[in-house]
Design a binder for this molecule. Sequence first.
Ligand SMILES: Nc1ncnc2c1ncn2[C@@H]1O[C@H](COP(=O)(O)OP(=O)(O)OP(=O)(O)O)[C@@H](O)[C@H]1O
Length: 601
Amino acid sequence: MFSAPQTDEPLTLRERLRDLRATLSLVWHASPAHSATYVLTSLAGSALPAANLYVGKLLLDEVARAAQGTVTYRALLTLLAVQVSLVVLGNLISTVQNAAQQLLGDSLQHAVSRRILGKASTLSVEAFENADTYDRLQQAWREVGSRPLGVATQLVTLAGAVVTLGSVGALLTTLGPWVLPLVILASVPAVIVSNRFGVEGYRMLRRQTHDARVQNYLGSLLTSDTLVKEVRLFGFEGYLMDRWRAYYLGFRTQLVTLVRRRSAWGFAAGLLSALLIGLASALILRRAASGQISVGDFSVFVLGITQVQGTVSSLLNGFSAIYQNLLYMRNLFAFLELPTRDLDAGETWQGRIESIEFRDVSFRYPLTDRDVLRDVNFTVRRGEALALVGENGAGKTTIVKLLTLLFAPTGGQILLNGQDAARFSPRSVQREMSIIFQDFGQYQMSARDNVALAEVGRLDDIGGVQDATRQAGAAFIESLPQGLETPLGRLFQGGRQLSGGQWQRLALARLYFRDASVLVFDEPTAALDARAEFDTIQALREQTHDRITLLISHRFSTVRLADQIIVLSGGEIVEAGSHDALLALHGRYATLYDLQARGYS
Ligand SMILES: Nc1ncnc2c1ncn2[C@@H]1O[C@H](COP(=O)(O)OP(=O)(O)OP(=O)(O)O)[C@@H](O)[C@H]1O
């Protein structure tokens, strides 16, 4: 039922480096000042552990010598002062570093979100109907807050770890050449295990993306305010819960397998590491027993082990974290690199649209193998109303998508005033069109916004909004507590919920608000009562005398008002003509009309 999730091909080193460069450039451009502060404070902070170890060692050795009476109190105090200064410096550095990281993270999240939203707003309607693109968009959007900053901080941590390891390692090397290699070796197994399972965990999540989206959707059905009535009445909560849980159980099985394997390997790695540290300690103690190292030296060894282990692990984990974050970034870049349809490409359409002609138009949705429209021919001129009728799935809405240039035909031509529509920029043509879709938007904004969104350049045109609401029979809006400024919908506090019919009238007002030469009504009266339908159609007739009107409706009382009626079946035109001519044909239209007329009587 659902398409397969994205495949995860491994990245080549070149691709990874390219993505790394692109990520760093993204981070840097998000906030150069905070990036620089973060890098400098991180590197400075990385040198502090070695300095602390060294001063601690000096202090311990001096204390030991003091026991023999060769050191003054003053000398000890001086060392203490140095140690305290290091602590204060460390605090200062980490305070600045944290602040810089937080602000950088915020700027970065904003910058990446803007790019994702910017991209999403240039993607074609087609792209949104593709499950793969939609998965990518969702994933990019979900992880925008953590991943890009993750790459940057991990990279800086990596550089810092090199500084720490170099400086602490130099101190440890003074205790014997084998100390550092043994301690480093002891840190490696645990890190390898954690890296390997980190990548596996990421792959698991990625494989689950698609199913997780389905699971989320099922959950959203149970928590939706608009669907609760239907869900309660039909009582399919249990079914939804079962399906939701089935997905969870699938994920759970995969997680259990992963956790079991990771735990077993983790335990083995810990054991190996303890053995190696034990060996290093025994060797140091042998030197201590023969009086070759001081108390201070021993403290460097004991504290140094923890430092080196922590650093090696953050070094190796850093690589794997960067790798994982880069997998995400690839996903983000792949989304940002998706081809977009430049809605402004082509000649700019000027003036009114006087005629629209479909010439042998065929259409097939991307990634499908069936033409949903075949050889569709019709012409409609200014002042005429064309109605499309046909059973569900006949292709009516698809014709609207083509006519409004949301999609391009896969065969044939659409001519506007006799010129090929493909020559013109879709946006410039769309400016001459206004539409009410079957699934029109119910924007959880003010009533005024709901109308004026049709032409955002005229958001303040209160008179225009009032005219449009009156034409659409939506004048009830003005009697709401805050008039046109009343917030609508129940998503946000203080919002006023409207009925289905009221929302539809508002959508009609939106259609009228735009001064367009083509008006498209896709099931405009579905949610309206008979009286409202009559008023709407009256208004429509007044409104449309000098425009092109396209009307999709299952109500013949509406359809019969059109000058030309096209009957579609299975993507083809089977009958066309005026209401009277089609009745006289005694064909499919006449049959459907009779059927509905009988239903009404
Ligand atoms: N995005 C899509 N991808 C693939 N096929 C689609 C898509 N949208 C619609 N279709 C298919 O195209 C055909 C025509 O659909 P269309 O929405 O144009 O029908 P319609 O006549 O408007 O139906 P209704 O009266 O139910 O609104 C249907 O078979 C439908 O399954």
